[in-house]
Design a protein around this ligand. Structure first.
Ligand SMILES: [Zn+2]
Ligand SMILES: [Zn+2]
Length: 100
């Protein structure tokens, strides 16, 4: 299984994806400086197939979600595939921990 990635909000107010449990990240919007994690961006785009287990999180990219969704429906023409913007429960859990 691939390591889950969530979207962090840094002290510079930029958002950067990172592994669970990191406290600092390199911000590519700030010349790669190391910035403190201050919050989590819990809402992400997600492809949601009602017909199988295909439910990948796609971060902040609606375009990536749409692409994955149309690829999946092309492969499985009978599957009912949706693209949702929803709260990632992993992100919510990490956010609670950070804001404590
Ligand atoms: Zn930044
Ligand atoms: Zn499916």
């Amino acid at each position: 299984m691939k390591t889950p990635v969530i979207i962090y909000i840094l002290e510079c107010r930029h958002v950067i994806p990172g592994r669970i449990g990191v406290m600092e990240l390199h911000c590519f919007n700030c010349q790669d400086e190391v910035k403190k994690v201050v919050d989590v961006h819990t809402f992400e785009w997600r492809v949601f197939c009602l017909s199988c287990n295909y439910k990948p999180w796609c971060g902040l990219s609606q375009m990536l979600a749409n692409q994955n969704a149309s690829m999946h429906s092309r492969k499985h023409s009978r599957h009912e595939v949706k693209v949702l913007y929803m709260e990632n429960p992993i992100g919510v859990r990490v956010q609670k921990h950070i804001l404590e």
